[in-house]
Design a protein around this ligand. Structure first.
Ligand code: ASP
Ligand code: MG
Length: 449
């Protein structure tokens, strides 16, 4: 069996739902689990609803609830008729009246507790899957609608609950059934505590749900259906020649995600990684495109993708006391630790250490502490170029091609070797885009290769 996860834009209206179900039809014979997000924009509306309740803004809260309800009824009417429409309406009404009660209670108490927040935030998935269920019935399919809260077991960290894997796997096995020639439907994003209180897994959590279900059910594949043709060789908004990557390893995808390739976050597919289940990223609007397959081993070699990240600061500590001394790096890193600053790249020489951090924070307290160890230089407005590809950098000629592509760009720091799949270097922010394009052209332009 396979798990198919559809994101918000894939279930946002009647047309998208029809496209999603056409895709589902292709997997019916072997049995499948359809995992869905809330319709696009709904979770954001629910966040606004929670805020309105926190501020005691009754009219706004009521408006939001009403418009959420209306949008779902309209979509339901577009995908189901007769008895299926009635069944869908009845089920939507049940969820909406729960929401109504939560809203009313919060307004009466002038309080919106974390438990209430999670119950409301997760409602979008309950509503969207109700519509999918009615739409699947309308196609005449054997259909079962499950409640993810009975399976995904979490701690009580409301808003971003951590999944209890053993309890979840135990709950799924044997009880979440996906018979052949039928469709089983379930919500992403939501779960419940061991005591049965509703929780959510954090924004964007549906991919994680899909991976958990896939792992627990021993799926042969997890398909993430979204609105792009998979993971791209680089940011298509910046480089028009960017193209979709057919195959990528889990490790390569992890390196890329850190640099902002947002398609799927590796942390979310961890359950699939552990069970070695391939994850396929596909485009609901362009289903014939092969998309990207993420797996343990990927065919092909060479440079897989280029990512860039601006907003980086390089902090360099220099001291002659470092020469032949030990424990110096530990002292430097202790300071970063105390300042709770996450270090990205590091390069060292005998007498200096350069470290990159994200530019979000006031670094003065860090600098003050570091100055006790040596001279400190802070360079702002830097950027990291990250080149990812399994085993690429074993070949020196590839490294030289990288730097030959950008002869006039000053390079501040180079990091290679900590993993054999990633070559990263720092340039000034103003050089980022042209560096990425130039290197992309050298490695990916069919005319140049
Ligand atoms: N609906 C949730 C969100 O918007 C979860 C998801 O889409 O993955 O964050
Ligand atoms: Mg999403």
């Amino acid at each position: 069996m396979v798990v198919l996860k559809f994101g918000g834009t894939s279930v946002q209206d009647g047309t998208s739902i029809a496209q999603a179900l056409d895709i589902v039809a292709g997997s019916l014979s072997g049995g499948l689990l359809l995992v869905a997000s809330a319709m696009a924009g709904i979770t954001n509306n629910l966040v606004s609803l929670v805020k309105a309740l926190q501020n005691g803004e009754e009219p706004l809260a009521r408006d939001l609830l009403q418009s959420i309800a209306k949008r779902h009824f309209i979509v339901l009417e577009a995908v189901a008729r007769g008895a299926n429409l009635d069944a869908g309406r009845k089920q939507l009404d049940l969820h909406l009246s729960d929401m109504e009660a939560l809203v009313k209670g919060s307004l009466l108490l002038k309080d919106c507790s974390p438990r209430v927040q999670d119950a409301l935030l997760g409602a979008g998935e309950l509503l969207s899957t109700t519509i999918l269920w009615a739409a699947a019935l309308e196609r005449g399919w054997e259909t079962q609608l499950f409640d993810a809260r009975a399976f995904i077991k979490t701690d009580e960290n409301f808003g971003e609950a951590a999944v209890l894997w053993p309890e979840t796997f135990h709950a799924v096995q044997g009880k979440l059934t996906c018979p052949r020639r039928s469709v089983s439907i379930i919500q992403g994003f939501i779960g419940s505590t061991l005591a049965g209180v509703s929780t959510v897994l954090g924004r964007g959590g549906s991919d994680y749900s899909a991976a958990l279900f896939g792992a627990a059910l021993g799926a042969s594949e997890i398909q993430i259906w979204t609105d792009v043709d998979g993971i791209m060789t680089t940011d298509p908004r910046k480089v028009s020649d960017a193209r979709s990557i057919p195959f990528i390893t889990y490790a390569e995808a992890a390196e890329l995600a850190f640099f902002g390739a947002k398609v799927v976050h590796p942390a979310t597919i961890q359950p699939a990684v552990e069970r070695r289940i391939p994850v396929l990223v596909k485009n609901t609007k362009n289903p014939s495109h092969a998309g990207t397959k993420i797996s343990m081993e990927a065919p092909g070699s060479g440079l897989r993708a280029i990512a860039g990240r601006a907003g980086v600061t390089v902090v360099t500590v220099s001291s002659s006391r470092m020469l032949n001394a030990y424990g110096f790096l530990r002292r430097i890193f202790d300071i970063f630790d105390r300042q709770r600053l996450s270090v990205d790249l590091v390069a060292t020489s005998e007498v200096s250490v350069s470290i990159t951090v994200e530019e979000k924070r006031d670094l003065r307290p860090l600098v003050r502490e570091l100055e006790e160890l040596g001279t400190v230089k802070v360079e702002e407005d830097c950027a990291i170029v990250c080149l990812v590809g399994q085993d690429v950098w074993k070949d020196n000629s590839r490294i030289s091609r990288v730097f030959q592509a950008i002869p006039e760009v000053p390079v501040r720091l180079i990091s290679l070797g900590s993993s054999d799949i990633n070559l990263s270097f720092v340039v000034s922010s103003s050089d980022l885009d042209r560096s990425v394009s130039a290197i992309h052209r050298v490695f990916f332009d069919p005319k140049e290769n």
